[in-house]
Design a protein around this ligand. Sequence first.
Ligand code: PDD
Length: 287
Amino acid sequence: MSRIAYVNGRYLPHREASVHIDDRGYQFADGVYEVIAIEHGRLVDERLHLRRLGRSLAELEIAEPMPEASLKTIMREVIRRNRVRDGIIYIQMTRGVAPRDHAFPRYARTQVVMTARRSKLANPKILAEGAPVITLPDLRWARCDIKSIALLPNILGKQQAREAGAYEAWQVDSDGNVTEGTSTNAWIVTAAGEVVTRAATHAILNGVTRLGVIRVIEQAGLKFVERPFSVAEAKRAREAFLTSTTAYVTPVVRIDDSVVGNGKPGPLARELGAFYRRYVEAGGQDA
Ligand code: PDD
């Protein structure tokens, strides 16, 4: 089956879909994106993703390209044309096409690209065995709360993880505290049974999965604390895990050369994973 991409008002075969070489996304990474999971044909926490997309655009003063209702119609059409029941939709918006100049162009039309593909969310083997992570310095800018397409430190970090045989790289700030993974949020469970993740400041992306898991933790009556934690504390933690749209709740079993807990996925991480699945099946926060 040939894949279809949406590009600025047109539905095109994937291999013919392209953008202008003066697209500011191509030249400056001047744009934002979202990745939303599709489960049983339904978008997972669409409202939270679209709210974050609107926020990212507003923070960068990129114009909303269309009303939300139109965006939702196109998203559903992209999913339908690609016959995705379980997978992801990718939405990218850039400031526009204009002769290269760092300052914003006077006239620019926000460029919109969408693709959707089938995929298995949350690799079952990694869910069952847990994921190794490495740590490395956080080289990113001071506005990681914006879901910008500028991802160089993230891709370099993920590549380093890949080469080390790890699943993810946890980025570490100048105080020695973990900010987040290159494409996931980072969590630990303390000896006291507290579930800890960093507060959603400018230092991290406020993951939609993070918000879903916080909701699930509150519903389950577990102890939840938003605060920074150091690499040393994470290595000593009872459990660790990471979250994202595509990783769901993935247990972390090794940090650098240190085994977390007994080296197997922790019970709380597994339980939260199961609760989160139920939350998704019940329609998440769109329910
Ligand atoms: N990444 N932190 C970063 C830096 C991310 O890029 C992501 C998402 C997350 C988790 O956010 P969410 O739960 O909303 O997916 C945290 C997406 C999946 C990506 O870049 O492919």
